[in-house]
Every structure is written in C-alpha cells, then in structure tokens.
Design a protein around this ligand. Structure first.
Ligand code: IMP
Ligand code: MG
Length: 185
C-alpha cells in the first residue's frame, strides 16, 4: 500500500501558488533596487546558504533581470550546552572573492538569527561594497540576536515549518508549498 504524500501530519500554511507569486514579486523588487546601485559591467553576487536556501534562491534569481553571479556557503551550528551558546562551523566556503562586490545573502528562514548574524560578520570582514539579506520566511518572535533583514518573503509564527527548502530531518524540502508540522503547534 502506498503511504499518502504529503503525509497527514502536515498542515498547509502557504500554497505553492502563493509562495511562487510572493517570491516572484520579491525578486522583481530586489532587481529594481540593485539596478540603480550596480555600475555598468558590475554583477551582483548572490550567496545562498546550503542546504535550505537552494529552492528559494533558484526561484528568486530567475525573477531578477539584472546581471548576477551565484555562490553558496554551507554552515552548521551547534549548541554548546556547557556555555549555553551557539557556535557555527563552515562546511563549505565561498568560491568567489567578495571584496568590493555588492553581496546579497539568501537564506530560507531567519529563526534565532545566530547563524545569519555569524555569517554576516564573517562576510563583512572581507570588505564587500554592500551586504543585504533576503529570507523567504522570518520568525521574528524567536530572535535572540539583532538582525537587520532587507527582504522578507513571509513573516511567520514560531511553528516549525517544512517545504520550499525547509526540512525536518532532511525530509520535505522539495514540497512546493509550506506546511507546519502538526506536532509543533
Ligand atoms: P538560526 O536563525 O540561527 O536559529 O538558524 C536558522 C536555521 O534553522 C535555518 O537555516 C533552518 O535550517 C533552521 N530552521 C529554523 N526554523 C526552522 C523551521 O521552521 N523549519 C525548518 N528549519 C528551520
Ligand atoms: Mg538553513
């Protein structure tokens, strides 16, 4: 017997159509903002954070009709129980130089904000011309550090979400819409 898919423990939050339209509009808005910032021959550098951002980044850049390049980093963060702090480890570094470049960091979701704030500090040390941050989903309520986000797809509640790049134990990333795990509410 086939197991139902998506499984019944998921509650829809944003349909695939709603997500696709919002991301398209956001891409158009970002492109408009950068058009006046980029000099002739200059390319925006978008940096996606693996694994979660790959779907958002793919849709976002296809809605941006400006010259750009794409790079990725892969980060993982650990909770240090003894010091009750998080630390971030970079599993894959950038392949492009970012000195004197306009940089747009693209992430699936801003939660506590620790991973993003670590990455932004790291990137700032390399002397980019500018850094902006785009996230598909923003859980403001969960923030533990201050984080300036330039572009937000959707502001969301603190429930655990899956789909559109977001995973639960590496599952569900490929769902085109966004769902909440029933156990998380
Ligand atoms: P933080 O902002 O440092 O807490 O880390 C954000 C990361 O936590 C994201 O990149 C996701 O990988 C993960 N995350 C946070 N909230 C969710 C969620 O609702 N669903 C799936 N992953 C999440
Ligand atoms: Mg992530």
């Amino acid at each position: 017997m086939n197991t139902p898919f998506p499984p019944p423990d998921l509650t829809p939050v944003f349909s695939p159509e709603v997500v696709a339209q919002r991301v398209k509009d956001l891409g158009t808005q970002i492109a408009t903002d950068y058009r006046s910032l980029l000099e002739p021959q200059e390319l925006l550098l978008t940096i996606g954070i693996l694994n979660g951002a790959f779907i958002f980044l793919a849709d976002l850049v296809r809605a941006m009709d400006i010259p750009l390049e794409i790079d990725f980093v892969r980060l993982t963060s650990y909770q240090d129980r003894l010091e009750s702090s998080n630390y971030v480890v970079m599993l894959k570094n950038l392949e492009k130089e970012i000195k004197n470049r306009h940089v747009l960091v693209v992430e699936d979701i801003a939660d506590c904000g620790l991973t993003l704030s670590w990455l932004l500090d790291y990137l700032r040390q390399m002397g980019p011309k500018s850094i902006r941050l785009a996230v598909a989903f923003n859980k403001e309520e969960r923030r533990r550090v201050e984080l300036a986000i330039d572009y937000v797809g959707f502001n969301v509640e603190k429930d655990f979400l899956v789909g559109y790049g977001l995973d639960f134990a590496q599952s569900y990333r490929h769902l085109p819409g966004v769902h909440k795990l029933k156990a998380s509410s």
